[in-house]
Design a protein around this ligand. Structure first.
Ligand code: WQD
Length: 342
């Protein structure tokens, strides 16, 4: 019986990381979670265990700590790493740029040095459509120009991709997945998004507002050049996004070259306005949301959505869930977490 590949998942207690851990375990991989719990908590680890019926090994380690990270690699024999560990709020990054540059860049360079020392060559990187800045044309393809990022968050993702491209000299085979807007929760209702503090992102704010945990939703700007004046994004179910990581690992294993750098847009290909999300949430969950329109948010772009055809073709991946299902799953998770009956 050949040894099952073992994958280290940094940031594996986070929203996308935890859902990816579940999909990896269910796909038959051994997984080890590395997370400093600065933006997540052990609730996610319980959810992973309840869904997979296993206890995934967990190291409470900061990826910017070379000694601690080296120890994890000494104790395990990894075939690949999926690197989620980073700060990721566009709006927040505008107000605390140094935290974003230090954490997001240093965690990657520290990880790459430790990988190199232990001859771990395969890396899947959590990137973002924010690398495109305000695109001239939508949908965006992987060849769309990389413009000046609108936020320090987007700038860190651009720099990290450049670092990975140059890391080919160390024999690194890297896949960068440019996420669009991940939403939803695991269909079981046992795992979902658990932002620390007031949610920056739209859907967790909506579910917390609907649960009475937050006040009414403010829609940031309704005079954009879009059909209803609100911003357009490409909302993708978090489990579909998690599956793309499993496919990306299969893709890396099929590469003949010793090293390389590959980029894929991971979105649905459908652009949706903020107001459409709000109305769909109300309709599918039979919930009335309180909302009002406020000023535009610094760092926001008007419209971005993916041309995901390269991922469809090369990763043999396609999203399976609709936005309706994502909004149902998000609300189910919120109700379960807050123990709301309705
Ligand atoms: C979406 C829309 C807001 C909150 C996210 C992640 C980033 C990256 C890209 C992965 C915008 C509006 C929001 C609110 C609102 N993903 N909004 N009221 O900014 O597109 O970025 O996806 O890497 O990591 O942060 O997502 O959910 O913050 O905003 O009107 O209370 O909802 O203005 O138009 P964003 P978001």
């Amino acid at each position: 019986m050949s040894k099952k590949p073992t994958i280290a998942v940094t940031g594996g207690a986070g929203f996308i990381g935890s859902h990816t851990v579940v999909q990896l375990v269910e796909a038959g991989y051994e997984v080890v979670i590395i997370d400093n719990l600065s933006r997540s908590d052990r609730t996610m680890l319980d959810g992973i265990s309840r869904i997979t019926k296993t206890t995934v090994p967990f190291y409470e380690v900061d990826c910017t700590d070379p000694k601690a990270l080296d120890k994890v690699f000494l104790e395990n024999s990894f075939d690949a790493v999926i690197h989620f560990a980073a700060y990721k709020a566009v709006g927040e990054s505008v107000s605390m740029p140094l935290d974003y540059y230090e954490n997001n860049i240093l965690s990657l360079t520290t990880l790459l040095r430790v990988m190199n020392k232990h001859a771990v060559r395969s890396l899947i990187f959590s990137s973002s459509c924010t690398v495109y800045g305000e695109p001239d044309m939508v949908p965006v393809t992987e060849q769309s120009p990389i413009k000046l990022a609108n936020s320090p968050y987007g700038a860190t993702k651009q720099m990290c991709e450049r670092i990975l491209e140059d890391a080919k000299v160390y024999g690194i085979q890297a896949v960068s997945l440019r996420y669009f807007n991940p939403i939803g929760a695991h269909p079981s209702g046992l795992l979902g998004e658990l932002p620390i503090g007031v949610p920056n992102n739209l859907v967790p704010f909506i579910t917390q507002s609907a649960a009475g945990v937050r006040g009414s939703l403010t829609i940031f700007g309704n005079d954009y050049q879009t059909p209803d004046g609100t911003c357009i994004r490409d909302y993708i179910h978090v489990v579909d996004l998690a599956d793309a990581h499993v496919r990306a690992f299969d893709f890396i294993r099929q590469q003949e070259e010793a090293s390389g750098f590959h980029v894929f847009n991971v979105g649905t290909g459908r652009g949706v306005t903020v107001l459409e999300v709000v109305k769909e949430f109300e309709e599918v969950n039979k919930v009335k949301l309180n909302y009002s329109f406020g000023p535009k948010r610094p760092g926001d772009i008007e419209k971005v959505f993916a041309d995901p055809s390269k991922a469809f073709k090369s990763l043999m991946w396609r999203p399976k869930f609709s936005m309706k299902e994502a909004l149902q799953h998000a609300w189910q998770w919120e109700k379960n977490f807050r123990k709301i009956e309705q």
